[in-house]
Design a protein around this ligand. Structure first.
Ligand SMILES: *Cc1c(COP(=O)(O)O)cnc(C)c1O
Length: 388
């Protein structure tokens, strides 16, 4: 069938495809160790589920405002103020069907054909595709382990042209786990202000931070930076609510209005009773977030110790998210080959770096139980040995 040109330029999500393949093998009874998941393995905390159940019982089952339940927008505004030092009014917030939807709608509302969006590589695989779907041009900035997978202010400055509209900042990062320090964020903010472009800060992993690392929201750097910042966040990762599909954007009023208008003609409101679960997530106790973070911190350490004990792999310890991103170049395999053979011979599922624009790497998620980590790392060691 003849399809629209716009779908011809994008590829389906490789991470979702591999996670699905691992699940299918498991369903056949094959003992797969999967490190492919891009989601926490915990159940959603009970008080959040209870709030959604109560909302159902109270008849919160009808259409609501396209921009989100007023109470939720208010709770988000308060969270951004108290936790991130960002002063948004509720009208400057739009509730979306997840962080992915937030970013997609942002591109649609912001970009004209040919507008450039600067994306540091390794990147979350949906960023370039979203930009292309909105007729924009992704401009990829390469980074590597030597630069800690971080873009330098000079690198950013040099990539900016008269067509540049937006810079995508994702700290903590998927797939590298890297966290920009507050000083690095300030230096990036300076370039954003000096060159007068916009930045979208994808802060979905802000709560998953280890050791001494700190999360600074770029909009909190200065009033000039705030005016040029759009915050994209959601409930999926911090509250283990991936299937609930709730995220949000915060930013300049006219942009948020435009996104609400888009939604009013496409998705309408996000599932009404799910939004009541999200209200409970932000207004209730935050202990659940810290408990999950501590579990991730332990698994991270165990996985790092195993990985760095495998001759031929190298993995710098990242400060955030729930991913490790080792270099596999010494094995002589490209990432897709590596992942296919690893799954085939050892039944271990990982994501090839090529999906994120980094073919010498693989991404391992430690959002899984310790037994899987222990067994999977032994099998991975065996596989890497067989490469030499
Ligand atoms: C998971 C994720 C999101 C948001 O996911 P949703 O489930 O759509 O809320 C956004 N950005 C990155 C980098 C992610 O990994």
């Amino acid at each position: 069938m003849k399809l629209a040109a716009r779908v011809g330029q994008v590829s389906p999500s490789l991470t979702l495809a591999i996670a699905a393949k691992a699940k299918a093998l498991k369903a056949e009874g094959i003992d797969v160790c999967s490190f492919s998941a891009g989601e926490p393995d915990f159940d959603t905390p009970t008080h959040i589920k209870e709030a959604a159940k109560q909302a159902l019982d109270q008849g919160k089952t009808k259409y609501g405002p396209a921009a989100g339940e007023p109470k939720l927008r208010e709770a988000i505004a308060q969270k951004l103020q108290s936790q991130n030092h960002l002063s948004y009014r509720a009208e400057q917030i739009v509730v979306t069907n997840g962080g992915k939807h937030s970013l997609f709608n942002l591109m649609l509302a912001l970009l004209n054909p040919g507008d450039e969006v600067i994306i540091p590589a390794p990147y979350w695989l949906s960023y370039p595709e979203m930009v292309k779907l909105a007729a924009g041009v992704p401009v990829i900035l390469e980074t590597d382990a030597a630069s800690d997978f971080k873009v330098t202010p000079d690198q950013l400055r040099q990539a900016i042209t008269p067509r540049t509209r937006l810079f995508i900042l994702n700290s903590p990062s998927n797939p590298t786990g890297v966290v920009y320090t507050p000083d690095e964020i300030r230096a990036i903010a300076q370039v954003i202000v000096e060159k007068d472009i916009l930045v979208v800060s994808d802060e979905i992993y802000e709560k998953m931070i280890y050791g001494d690392a700190e999360h600074l929201s770029i909009g909190a750097v200065s009033p000039d930076a705030f005016d040029r910042t759009i915050i994209s966040n959601g409930f999926a990762k911090a509250y283990s609510m991936t299937g609930w599909r709730i995220g949000y954007l915060a930013g300049p009023t006219d942009l948020i209005k435009a996104v609400s208008t888009l939604q009013s003609h496409s998705t309408s409101n996000v599932c009404t009773f799910a939004q009541y679960g999200a209200i409970a997530a932000y207004t209730g106790s935050q202990d659940c977030v810290e408990e999950m973070r501590q579990a991730f911190a332990q698994r991270r350490q165990v996985m790092l110790d195993h990985l760095n004990a495998i001759p031929g792999l190298s993995c710098p310890p990242p400060d955030g998210a729930f991913y490790l991103f080792p270099n596999i170049s010494k094995t002589g395999l490209k990432s897709l080959e590596f992942c296919d053979e690893l799954l085939e011979t050892q039944q271990v599922a990982v994501i090839p770096g090529v999906a994120f624009g980094a073919d010498d790497h693989i991404r391992l998620s430690y959002a899984t139980d310790m037994t899987t980590i222990e067994t999977g790392m032994e099998r991975l060691a065996e596989f890497v040995r067989s490469c030499f």
